[in-house]
Write a protein that binds this ligand. Structure first.
Ligand code: BTN
Length: 252
């Protein structure tokens, strides 16, 4: 497979604003760090084949062997009136749609920022705010074999390869993801989650599952129209509440 994320391989697959400019580094510490403070406009992308200190949520590392996956960050300049925590769901929907386009399988969104395929986490999203701009980092496991996936991840990981038995050319997948992200993000810029809610709700992985949120037991009810997660807490008195952020673990 001629699988490369070099600009000459990716350019043919960049169809819109997102991915322009496109910077590729064969190796870097973290693509997040390369966009922060760069002053680049909305849609600028930094991608790499390997991160030496990939950033995950909750202070974790995001680990992937060289050339195995999509590791990239996108610059976003969201309008002040939008609710920024919703951006993780916006990006997750774009990843889910791109994965569905490539595999023909339905992907799900595990609130607030993971993408699941066949109950395995295949992608994580890290949105970081700096001086009014958001750097949205996406890691999508593509061609890792089973033994190349992290053993100690809190949510069991998978890759498109482990879950479908096929390998995937990463450049067209990146192009498809950026194109979908642009369309979904533009919809969100214009009207928030309103028009996206149906697509997000239909892929809600946690709905009805027993979970813990930051250690507290609950049942996930649904992703709400404002992007929060509605949960029923375990006291049997019908108490529900909406959660803005947190680490969610689920029972199998
Ligand atoms: C998570 O913890 O689930 C979020 C992981 C986000 C990883 C991506 S890989 C590309 C970008 N650069 C980083 O250092 N992190 C994000």
């Amino acid at each position: 497979m001629n699988d490369s994320l070099a600009p000459e391989a990716v350019a043919a697959h960049v169809r819109g604003r997102f991915g322009k400019p496109y910077r590729f580094e064969p190796d870097c510490e973290s693509t997040q760090l390369l966009l922060v403070g760069s002053g680049l406009g909305e849609g600028a992308v930094v991608a790499t084949d390997h991160q030496t200190n990939g950033k995950g949520r909750h202070g974790r590392q995001w680990i992937a062997p060289p050339d195995s996956s999509l590791l990239f960050s996108v610059m976003l300049h969201p309008p002040a009136e939008r609710h920024l925590p919703e951006l993780s769901l916006v990006a997750a929907l774009a990843v889910a749609e791109a994965v569905e386009g490539a595999t023909g399988l339905t992907a799900q969104i595990k609130w607030p920022n993971d993408v699941m395929l066949n109950r395995r986490k295949i992608a994580g999203i890290l949105c970081e705010l700096f001086d009014g701009v958001v750097v949205a980092g996406i890691g999508l496991n593509v061609n890792q074999t089973r033994d190349e996936l992290p053993l100690d991840a809190p949510t069991e990981p998978g890759s498109l390869r482990t879950l479908t038995g096929q390998t995937y050319d990463r450049a067209p997948l990146l192009g498809s993801l950026l194109f979908r992200l642009e369309r979904i993000y533009d919809g969100w810029r214009h009207g928030g989650l309103t028009d996206l809610y149906g697509e997000i709700g239909a892929r809600d992985f946690l709905r009805g599952r027993r979970i813990t949120v930051d250690g507290e037991a609950a049942t996930a009810l649904q992703i709400l129209r404002d992007g929060r997660l509605e949960v029923a807490t375990g006291n049997g008195h019908g108490t529900t509440r909406a959660i803005e952020s947190g680490e969610v673990l689920f029972e199998r």
